[in-house]
Design a protein around this ligand. Structure first.
Ligand code: CDP
Length: 215
């Protein structure tokens, strides 16, 4: 089996950027598992399936027609890279990610990304559920204010102004949903390295993970 590095952690901890850079440094593929939850959410919204319809959303997840091609993501052949980043889609994803049927439906799809020479998998349960035998597990944390400030900067870069208090509230709600759900709650695997990036740059965070890998 190909090597896997898992990077789990709460919302806006910088996992996505860090995962891509680690993968690039190693010449490996990357799995953005959050994108699969967002794709499920977008497909459900498009099909008029409600966020509280567990069986309905699980069916959507089972039959998801998606393709990843470099930075592009396709749903039923249409490029949805921007659509899946919408706030409404993220909120729907965060709610339906609590359903065991949805998580089960996405499990094998995630494991299929494990191909040589290796995979960097970014998510909430990569080290605990999806790749429990990963070669290296990182749990990336940052304090909630640092995360809200990063998210605000990202939004400003996209020309969207955001209020820090609103972002903080939203982030705390997401953290609560992620950590309090019964199925695959957000928590470090027993054998994970917990890395606090509150005071680290992206480059320093990437280097810390590459150092763990080379140890
Ligand atoms: O914007 P954010 O970083 O919170 O989201 P994301 O990483 O794109 O993931 C979207 C949603 O899917 C999150 O709200 C997570 O709760 C959920 N998710 C999950 O439950 N398990 C994963 N392995 C990845 C994401």
């Amino acid at each position: 089996l190909a090597a896997v590095i898992t990077i789990d952690g709460p919302t806006a901890s910088g996992k996505g950027t860090v995962a891509h850079r680690v993968a690039k440094a190693l010449g490996w593929d990357v799995l953005d598992s959050g994108a699969l939850y967002r794709l499920t959410a977008l497909a459900a919204i498009n099909q008029g399936v409600a966020a509280d319809d567990e069986a309905g959303v699980a069916r959507v997840a089972e039959t998801l027609d998606v393709r990843f091609d470099g930075p592009h993501v396709y749903l039923e052949g249409a490029d949805v890279g921007h659509d899946i980043r919408r706030e409404e889609v993220g909120n729907f994803a965060s709610r339906v990610a609590a359903f065991p049927g949805v998580r089960q439906a996405l499990l094998e799809r995630q494991r299929a990304f494990r191909v040589p020479p290796g995979l960097v998998a970014d998510g909430r349960d990569m080290g605990t559920v999806v790749f429990p035998d990963a070669s290296l597990k990182v749990f990336l944390v940052a304090d909630v204010v640092a995360r809200a400030e990063r998210r605000r900067k990202q939004l400003i870069e996209k020309g969207i102004s955001a209020n820090l208090d609103d972002l903080l509230r939203d982030m705390r709600e997401r953290d609560a949903r992620d950590t309090e759900r019964a199925t695959a709650p957000l928590a470090p695997a027993a054998d994970a390295h917990v890395l606090d990036s509150s005071d680290l740059t992206i480059a320093e965070t990437v280097q810390a993970i590459l150092d763990f890998w080379q140890q």
